[in-house]
Design a protein around this ligand. Structure first.
Ligand code: ANZ
Ligand code: ZN
Length: 831
């Protein structure tokens, strides 16, 4: 079969069809075989795929194809994270419906992914906006509710006015909405919360076991986000009153230096302390100001520390000092107890506050080697040290004092050791339409009533007209909202909030293990066989958000008995961004390169090859038109080589000639072939260094060009060329699969490359006749010598004498000893 002109589109479509007809990427759980589950973060169907997708999925596809050729049973699925805001916005703008818009985008993007030749088991495709999917999420909701893992709370929430919905803490970055970048404000609302804090310790603990398997920055970000602090809760009595104040502190060792108290504006004690006093108006005004300031701004380091005196005092439990009670803007109600014992000498915020309001300062920790004077301090002393001005605890190292002081207070019932987490429960309610309905009914008599299991799913009504004002149409949909209470039968109302879309992406990887089962969310055996995901690949922007939620959800479902795995993703690769002229490709900047256009111009193989070749996966990738042309030219070069050799190749099996009988050129090519297998396998295996792997294959192709004239004349030469070409296309096939299939077929092989075993290299083939050895005299490099493999020390020494620069340094000296590291280095020690 002749190759002819290289026309990427024809070749690519042909093989895509063959793969699909033969079902060679479709897999089933098979306990007799080693499994490998490789997954890329599924896309939001926003319209068309972008270069970031191409990069993500090309990396995943190489891993999938490589592991398949290694003999693993590879699960490699794809689907759609299909609920979310953009669908609603687009629907309003284009006067269509979110469902219509979403399904049209899915159809288009699916076609694009097929066109790129990714080796997915498409039978497992899922879209989270389908009731067949979210019905299980509604079931989980009921189970979590039953267990008390879900609760309703009326509290101040992050509110994005543009998106017209609340946001979880993880979805607010620098006080802005993760999706639309608008300023987030606080709004009082009753919402559903999932108790992620119950799992805080476990989520943190496992991070340690994930070292080397997950990128360090992701582990650090998650660990900081969970934010475990060891400390104590201490009780301060309010002077002349019944009340007392509890504080959370990480520094009980500084208790003797606590000179005032700072309360959050929302602290319930504030109003009690000021009611009926002459300070009431001033304090209330300040409280009002704080409450309306967003909490992100309040907590920011560079925000001016401000406060107001309540007129009340509390008593330091160890010094008896009367500490004025302030309301301070930087104290947040949502952390610890919402009250802080202020130690201005040792905490920078308290220091600034004390200087501003003229409050007393007491040094209680000093460095080993000097004294500290409060008046002389220019900033708080926050280092370790020994205790001073601390009564019976004087002289103790401060770490030890922490424990001793809390023990002392504990005996009086005034203190206990505690841990505190930064992590807050996950608010999963959203005031949006395009999401999974929260399956509960509100009844005046019965309260919140879960929709009975046999009435699930609560289907999101489709075909609903969207509202011009951007609000969710659900609360206005009387015929959907009005239902009878499942418990008492009286008229009641459905919940009109939907679930956060991050809920859907928290378990989709489990559903892929059997995406069609409709009698339960998962097939137990399939989940057991396939989980965990062996390699997960996606963007670093999900370092906390999705990756934290997915870890949490896996643990929840494990505790429901659905999964054995403790963690969902064994290994994680976060791929770098694709940039153009140094900045991230984005529509608003107008610097996007459309993958569709590249595929039309150069084909899927060249596009994939370029994106894999241009940078290691975790690094940023600078798009370059010249680069993709280079990849296209390389494919052409390989194609022409195959075309030229096609008719003369005689040996379709790897060469059977005995190496010893080979000509020098045949031997040279054999060495290169085997060395390429070694390098490519190592580069993929060790750290997915596809760029260097591809470079190695390019070298092999160059070597074939250089040696082909010398080799085509003899049968053994042709045999060796044939073997090297087969190896080159096999090694390249995970990256540029279509063209490799075509060449594979043209040079007379049967089957598809995608199902070939990964080539093995022969150690013996890597041994050469001559080796180059670095020559040193007394440890200094003086030159290089070429010696026969297996040369003796004497022979190597003799060869060194023949090298002028080495001989010069030996002249007139007496050789004391010769140290020879075979094949690498010789050191001649002289006197
Ligand atoms: C006294 C003290 C002395 C503190 C000192 C620090 C240094 P992390 O490590 O983040 O857990 N704090 C407690 N609750 C707070 C709240 N709701 N808003 C603002 N600040 C709060 O921080 C714990 C420390 O932050 C606590 O320890 C408390 O100040 C403050 F030399 O107590 B510390
Ligand atoms: Zn928003």
């Amino acid at each position: 079969m002749a190759l002819g002109k290289y026309e990427p589109e024809a070749v690519e479509r042909k093989w895509q069809q063959k793969w699909s007809e033969s079902g060679c990427f479709e897999v089933e759980a098979d306990p007799s075989r080693e499994k490998y589950y490789v997954l890329e973060m599924f896309p939001y169907p926003s319209g068309k795929i972008h270069m970031g997708h191409v990069r993500n999925y090309s990396i995943g596809d190489v891993v999938a194809r490589y592991k398949r050729m290694q003999g693993c049973n590879v699960l490699h699925p794809m689907g759609w994270d299909a609920f979310g805001m953009p669908a609603e916005n687009a629907a309003i703008k284009h006067k269509t419906h979110p469902a219509k818009w979403t399904y049209a985008n899915i159809a288009e993007m699916r076609e694009q992914l097929r066109r790129l030749g990714y080796s997915y088991d498409w039978r497992r495709e899922l879209a989270t906006c389908r009731p067949e999917y979210y019905r299980w999420e509604q079931l989980f909701f009921q189970k979590f509710l039953e267990k008390g893992l879900l609760y309703r709370k009326n509290a101040m929430q992050n509110w994005c006015d543009t998106c017209q919905t609340v946001l979880a803490n993880e979805q607010v970055e620098d006080g802005k909405c993760w999706r639309c970048d608008s300023h987030v404000v606080q709004k009082q609302l009753e919402q559903w919360f999932l108790r992620i804090t119950d799992y805080a310790d476990e989520l943190l603990g496992w991070l340690d076991k994930m070292k080397e398997k997950w990128p360090d920055p992701v582990l650090t970000m998650q660990s900081n986000w969970i934010g475990k602090s060891y400390g104590a809760e201490l009780t301060f009595r309010v002077k002349d009153r019944e009340e007392s104040v509890n504080v959370f502190t990480t520094r009980p060792d500084t208790l003797y230096g606590a000179t005032f108290m700072s309360l959050a504006a929302e602290h319930p004690l504030v109003e009690k302390l000021i009611a009926g006093t002459d300070r009431a108006d001033e304090v209330r005004a300040f409280v009002h100001k704080c409450v309306n300031m967003d909490k992100f701004h309040r907590a920011a380091e560079d925000t001016e520390k401000e406060g107001v005196f309540t007129g009340a005092y509390c008593l330091n439990p160890v010094t008896g000092l009367e500490m004025p009670i302030y309301v301070a803007n930087f104290v947040l109600m949502g952390y610890g107890t919402g009250a802080v014992m202020a130690v201005p000498a040792h905490d920078q915020r308290d220091f600034e506050f004390a200087r501003k309001y003229g409050l007393p300062m007491q040094v209680v920790i000093r460095p080993e080697d000097r004294d500290l004077q409060p008046e002389a301090l220019t900033e708080a002393y926050t280092e370790a040290g020994v205790l001073v001005n601390s009564g019976e605890f004087d002289g103790l190292p401060n770490e030890e004092a922490k424990k001793r002081i809390v023990e002392h207070l504990d005996r009086q019932g005034l203190g206990t050791m505690t841990v505190n987490f930064r992590l807050r429960d996950w608010n999963i309610s959203r005031q949006r339409y395009w999401g999974a309905p929260i399956p509960v009914i509100h009844c005046e008599g019965c309260g919140v009533v879960p929709v009975p299991e046999d009435q699930l799913p609560v289907v999101l009504p489709e075909g609903v007209a969207m509202r011009e004002d951007g609000k969710s149409p659900l609360p206005f949909l009387e015929e959907w909202v009005k239902v009878d209470c499942p418990r008492c039968g009286r008229p009641a109302r459905r919940e009109t909030d939907t679930m956060d879309t991050f809920v859907e992406s928290s378990w989709y990887f489990l559903r892929y293990t059997d995406a069609r089962i409709d009698t339960s969310p998962f097939d137990a055996q399939a989940v057991r066989y396939w989980m965990p995901v062996d390699q997960y690949i996606g963007g670093i922007e999900h370092a906390i958000l999705h990756l934290l939620y997915a870890r949490f959800f896996t643990k929840l479902l494990r505790d429901e008995g659905y999964v054995d795995a403790d963690e969902p993703f064994e290994h994680l690769l976060t791929q770098g961004m694709v940039v153009l002229n140094g900045s991230k490709m984005s529509k608003s900047k107008g610097n996007v390169v459309d993958p569709g256009e590249m595929i039309r111009k150069y084909g899927a193989d060249a596009t994939r090859l370029f994106i894999l070749f241009a940078a290691p996966p975790e690094k940023e990738l600078e798009w370059s038109d010249r680069g993709i042309e280079g990849s296209f030219r390389f494919i052409g070069r390989l194609w022409r080589l195959a075309e030229e050799l096609e008719s003369s190749l005689v040996c379709v099996q790897p060469c059977h000639a005995v190496p010893g009988e080979l000509s020098a050129e045949a031997k040279q090519l054999r060495l290169k072939e085997h060395d390429t297998v070694r390098r490519v396998s190592r580069d993929i295996e060790n750290s997915f260094q596809f760029n260097t792997a591809i470079a190695a294959i390019m070298e092999l192709v160059n070597e074939m060009y250089a040696l082909k004239d010398a080799l085509t004349g003899t049968e053994q030469g042709r045999c060796q060329l044939s073997s090297a070409l087969a190896t080159a296309v096999t090694l390249l096939s995970p990256m540029a699969p279509h063209v490799c299939e075509e060449i594979w077929q043209a040079i007379g092989h049967g089957g598809v490359v995608a199902e070939q075993p990964w080539p093995q290299y022969d150690e013996a083939a890597l041994v050469t006749d001559e080796v180059t050895v670095v020559a040193q005299v007394c440890g200094k490099v003086r030159g290089q010598v070429s010696v026969p493999n297996g040369a003796t020390e004497e022979q190597v020494k003799a060869a060194c004498m023949a090298v002028e620069n080495v001989a010069r340094h030996l002249e007139g000296k007496q050789v004391v000893k010769v140290i020879y590291v075979p094949g690498r280095l010789v050191n001649i020690v002289v006197r």
